[in-house]
Write a protein that binds this ligand. Structure first.
Ligand SMILES: *[C@@H]1O[C@H](CO)[C@@H](O)[C@H](O)[C@H]1NC(C)=O
Ligand SMILES: *[C@@H]1O[C@H](CO)[C@@H](O)[C@H](O)[C@H]1NC(C)=O
Ligand SMILES: CC(=O)N[C@H]1CO[C@H](CO)[C@@H](O)[C@@H]1O
Ligand SMILES: [Ca+2]
Ligand SMILES: [Ca+2]
Length: 602
């Protein structure tokens, strides 16, 4: 097979000529529909989501349309064309429902209403409309585990309203020897400190696995489960293509009836340095991954399936459960329980914890997911979200393209957290401007930085104007990250080589059968160089990345059936290679941090 683009002659002229040529090639590559239409004829049916590129929008920080310093739905509408341009198939939005914002929307007070500062239901309907015209799907974050402590449901429950009384997990505490009120047991919340907060109104403690502003719903009450399913139905009927069920592994706590009616203490981990307020002080055997969870997940799935049949368009369910691998992949479902379409895979975050990247660790992480997930289901890859340090900061800015190559070209579904396509770095948010409850909870103006999630939520950097083009406000809800004058979309759009340009090339490559449907094989060629092969019929690619800080020479014929010459299809920004350059399979020199997408010449 031969790529239908005919530019095989690579001239070696002056740098600026070469840049012009490069730009021209990129533009042709992206715009000449003929290049890609050939691939679209491959007649293997995949459903829309199975190879989709998902883009996560954190609405508060994407675009502010009305100058109040807070991103909003109209802002998102105004940039839908940008998503189209990027090659995105679906956007998933962090929560946009009504919320007092103690946890920035993850504490929902009304699942049927849009948070007013983000817009109205009409705005949201406009968003769906606009997305439909561009053939982009919209997925919403749902947060089934807990509501806001300021929701009507919780207020009524606190007041022992007959209907709502059992909607939350209420327990008596006890008075200790010193006459102090103590919580029911030793459970600790993910955000530190006791998972129980006393309610004066009800004279009982309520459970919150996250912040005290986020009381856990009681899924042992069937009325609660029904109501939550109704919410899913409501939004699917509004036209959303799916919902993301965050923290599903926290839905159930152990059945206290099997412990004589009292929730038991969780055992201590004995982890050095962990104090009783810390989440890792305990093993969470009674508060995470309970068996009942898989049953409720299957019940939710039924709602999605019913809706998919009704409208002849698959509505997808994503689940997030950061658990041991064998547990996480159970959310795919089995013979007894249907599961999620997409159990979100965070191995590229959870397993790649060292700044000193090792190609063998990377191979190991990828193999981990592929080995444990059920055969025949699509994999999915995530390198970041609104809780996780950005790629450029977690590793090195030079490795942004390599990680985008992984996410976009590994088999299956890809997720990009907004800003990773331009390699945004964590912003600096000082203590006085800190908003994240997880950081505030430390009460520590020095060490808060270790847990604060604000740095990854700073406004999207559109251009070098006021507030990086995010907002016209005098002050934005979080400060714009330093360095936006040169690290922004507009700058990268005009640059010949930039993370953005690489990303667009990758999202176009993704459409080819080798990446949509092809087989996969990977190798840690040595400690620093990771490579993988994707092929479909005789169309074969090798993606190779030097994760180390020194020059490397590798021989790609270590892969079966790789030989001769390979042509460069994409190269990381610091690579000296350009599109259509040739390299020898037997001898490839890679500079530090260089990453390439190569195509076999046959
Ligand atoms: C809800 O929780 C937040 C955070 O803990 C607290 O500041 C607020 O007062 C609570 N609201 C009510 C109505 O109790
Ligand atoms: C369902 O949609 C597919 C394409 O998305 C179409 O081929 C098929 O005919 C549709 N079926 C019905 C019953 O409308
Ligand atoms: C990745 C993710 O969705 N994280 C959220 C999990 O739930 C907590 C509590 O609602 C949020 O604070 C996180 O942002
Ligand atoms: Ca706004
Ligand atoms: Ca729960």
């Amino acid at each position: 097979m031969e790529c239908s683009s005919s530019s095989s002659s690579s001239s070696s002229s002056s740098a600026s000529d070469e840049e012009d040529l490069m730009r021209e090639i990129i533009i042709n590559l992206l715009l000449a529909s003929g290049v890609y239409s050939r691939y679209e004829n491959v007649n293997i049916k995949t459903d829309w989501w199975e190879t989709a590129l998902f883009y996560q929008i954190y609405p508060r920080s994407f675009v502010d349309s009305d100058g109040d310093g807070i991103g909003d739905i109209n802002g998102i509408i105004s940039r839908m064309d940008y998503l189209k341009d990027l090659g995105v198939n679906a956007a998933w939005l962090s929560p946009i429902f009504k919320s007092p914002m103690y946890d920035f929307g993850y504490d929902i007070s009304d699942y049927y209403t849009i948070q007013p500062e983000y817009g109205t239901l009409e705005d949201f309907e406009q968003l769906i409309k606009k997305a439909n015209t561009l053939n982009i799907k919209i997925v919403l974050d749902f947060v089934p585990n807990h509501t806001s402590n300021e929701s009507d449901w919780f207020i009524k429950s606190s007041n022992k309203d007959e209907y709502y009384s059992d909607w939350y997990v209420w327990e008596n505490g006890h008075i200790d020897a010193d006459g102090r009120r103590q919580p029911p047991n030793n459970w600790v919340s993910v955000f530190r400190k006791s998972a129980w907060t006393y309610s004066k109104t009800r004279d009982q403690f309520y459970l919150h696995q996250f912040s005290p502003a986020e009381p856990d719903l009681n899924y042992r009450n069937p009325v609660v489960a029904e109501e939550m399913k109704n919410i899913v139905k409501y939004w699917l009927e509004k036209g959303v293509a799916g919902m993301r069920l965050g923290s599903v592994n926290y839905l159930f706590e152990t059945d206290k009836d099997t412990f004589g009616g009292r929730f038991p203490d969780e055992p201590k981990t004995g982890k050095p340095g962990a104090v009783s307020d810390d989440y890792d002080y305990l093993f969470h055997i009674y508060t995470k991954d309970q068996e009942e969870t898989f049953d409720i997940v299957a019940q939710f799935r039924d709602v999605f399936d019913a809706m998919s049949v009704r409208n002849n368009f698959t509505r997808i369910m994503m689940t997030v459960a950061r658990s041991p691998i064998k547990t996480t992949v159970r959310y795919y479902g089995d013979n007894y329980h249907s599961g999620a379409h997409i159990p979100v895979n965070t191995v590229l975050i959870d397993e790649m914890t060292s700044k000193e990247l090792d190609a063998r660790d990377l191979k190991h992480a990828i193999d981990l997911w592929i080995s444990y997930m059920p055969l025949g289901k699509p994999a999915n890859w995530v390198t970041g979200d609104h809780d996780t340090s950005r790629l450029a900061t977690r590793f090195r800015p030079e490795l942004v393209d390599a990680f985008n190559m992984l996410v976009l070209l590994l088999p299956g579904i890809a997720f990009t957290y907004m800003g990773e396509e331009i390699g945004m770095i964590n912003g600096f948010v000082p203590w006085v401007e800190t908003k994240d409850p997880q950081a505030c909870n430390t009460n520590d103006p020095v060490n808060f930085i270790d847990v604060s999630r604000d740095p990854v939520r700073t406004p999207f950097q559109w251009n070098n104007g006021k507030n990086a083009g995010f907002s016209s406000a005098a002050k934005t809800w979080l400060p714009v990250a330093e360095g936006f004058e040169s690290l922004n979309l507009e700058y990268q759009r005009n640059a010949v080589r930039s993370h953005y340009q690489v990303y667009r090339i990758l999202s176009n490559l993704r459409i080819r059968p080798a990446f949509r449907l092809g087989r996969f094989e990977s190798l840690a060629i040595n400690q620093d160089v990771f490579a993988f092969k994707r092929w479909y019929n005789d169309d074969t690619y090798v993606i190779v990345m030097n994760l180390g800080k020194s020059y490397q020479i590798v021989n790609l014929t270590v892969f079966d059936l790789i030989f001769g010459q390979l042509e460069v299809e994409a190269s990381s920004v610091q690579s000296s290679r350009s599109y259509s350059d040739n390299v020898l399979a037997t001898y490839l020199d890679l500079s530090a941090d260089e990453a390439l997408v190569l195509r076999m010449q046959v």
